[in-house]
Design a binder for this molecule. Sequence first.
Ligand SMILES: C[C@H]1O[C@H](OP(=O)(O)OP(=O)(O)OC[C@H]2O[C@@H](n3cnc4c(=O)[nH]c(N)nc43)[C@H](O)[C@@H]2O)[C@@H](O)[C@@H](O)C1=O
Length: 322
Amino acid sequence: MAGPRALITGIGGQDGSYLAESLLDDGFEVIGMLRDPGDLELRNLAGVRHRCAFVPGDLEDPPSLRRAVADARPDLVFHLAAPTFVPDSWTDPTATLAAIAGGTSTLLAAVAASLPETRIVVVSSAEIFGDSGESPQDERSPMRPRSPYGVAKLAAHGLVGTMRAKHGIHASSAITFNHESPRRPVQFLPRKVTRGVAEIKLGLAEELVLGDLTASRDWCDARDVVRGLRLMAAANQADDYVLASGVPRTVQDLVDTAFACASMSGEGRIRVDEQFVREPEGTQPLGRPEKALRVLGWAPEIPFEQTVNDMLDADLADLAGR
Ligand SMILES: C[C@H]1O[C@H](OP(=O)(O)OP(=O)(O)OC[C@H]2O[C@@H](n3cnc4c(=O)[nH]c(N)nc43)[C@H](O)[C@@H]2O)[C@@H](O)[C@@H](O)C1=O
């Protein structure tokens, strides 16, 4: 007999691919929504692609999302797909809102209308807090986003709560803080750092060019976050949860950790370039994941140093294999 079915939007990304692996391991049938299911460049899915099915769907094309839900008839939906690099959201705020807020409302409405027993987890973001004025942040902290990306993620988060209240569906919002892994793209800071350190280690580069070294983030491992998403889907009651480490670290801390993992000193190897410096944050982004621990029994398990080390190892192997 076939197992329960899960539809994952954003299956080719960092979180989507780990989630697919975890669900397949537990006997789920996994259906991935892709803009182009003919795309074979799904590096993150290399190990499991042949065990997944795929349906077409584009966040900015509502009929395609409704069709994806109708065709997959999932028991669970994990909505992960989104444009994710925050600075890019200033280039086209309209497209950011359409993809993130519009895509989420279409999926929630499709579930409420045709599959009301289906459970859905929507991935929101710590960027919804912005100038919260409160640190650390939890599910009840003021939400004052500072970018179109944050505004769009706040709309998606709000839609989950309103659709849950109105239609009684099992819809949950994961307020995820920064999470990393060897599958993180290089435009994000931690991957840029481990890739840069690997290049220096191999003699392929002399320095690492970054923005503000004093900026602070709450980093955890993507594999821990994915475990949290599954616990949210499995919980008796749908609800919203902060998934975070609860530990603040600066960009400099991250850089030091990466050089230490490479058994090197970063002294004299970092240059700050204004093009990577963002406006300073009024409120330190830092999560308080107490509710996730209390209700779901979730806590991060993979130490920060382990994540950075895994990323560095992947970069060294990748560069050495070229
Ligand atoms: C929760 C949230 O998390 C992520 O968004 P992000 O925090 O913008 O991620 P990032 O890795 O681009 O920046 C982290 C920090 O690092 C600083 N920083 C310094 N120097 C460079 C630098 O050279 N490059 C970058 N990218 N950042 C730099 C930068 O100013 C910032 O303070 C996404 O997953 C997003 O989708 C999401 O939802």
